[in-house]
Structures are given as C-alpha cells and as structure tokens.
Design a protein around this ligand. Structure first.
Ligand SMILES: [Cu+2]
Length: 68
C-alpha cells in the first residue's frame, strides 16, 4: 500500500473537494482519499493498478492538476 500527498492549487471550494474525492475513489486500487480545502492537499492511499502517475493523470483530466 502506498500513500501520497499532492498539492492541488485549483481547490477553491467544497465542490472541488467533492469532485476530487468522487473521481479518485472511483479509480481501481484507490483505497482512501482525504482532501483538505484549507491546505489544498489531497492524501491518497492506493495499491496497484493505481499509481502516482495514474492519479496525477486523472487529476489533469478533471482539471485539478497537482503541483510537481
Ligand atoms: Cu470548487
């Protein structure tokens, strides 16, 4: 099991949090998602077939790209 924390500058309201939670939770292999409106940080716990690259790609697709 892996855990990553990503900074997503585009988070601005609870709708953003909801969208990110829902989309990431739908990815196969993602076990938990914790997104914070205050810090704009998203912590994702996952196992294969999910990966950091796939998670980052999904965030780009839904217009919430994570900082490098
Ligand atoms: Cu928002």
């Amino acid at each position: 099991m892996n855990t990553i924390t990503l900074h997503i500058p585009g988070i601005s309201c609870h709708h953003c949090i909801h969208t990110i939670n829902t989309e990431l939770a739908d990815m196969e292999g993602v076990k938990s998602v914790e997104a914070s409106l205050d810090s704009k940080l998203v912590t994702v716990t996952f196992e294969p077939p999910a990966s950091e690259d796939r998670i980052r790609d999904l965030l780009v697709e839904i217009n919430y790209p994570a900082e490098a």
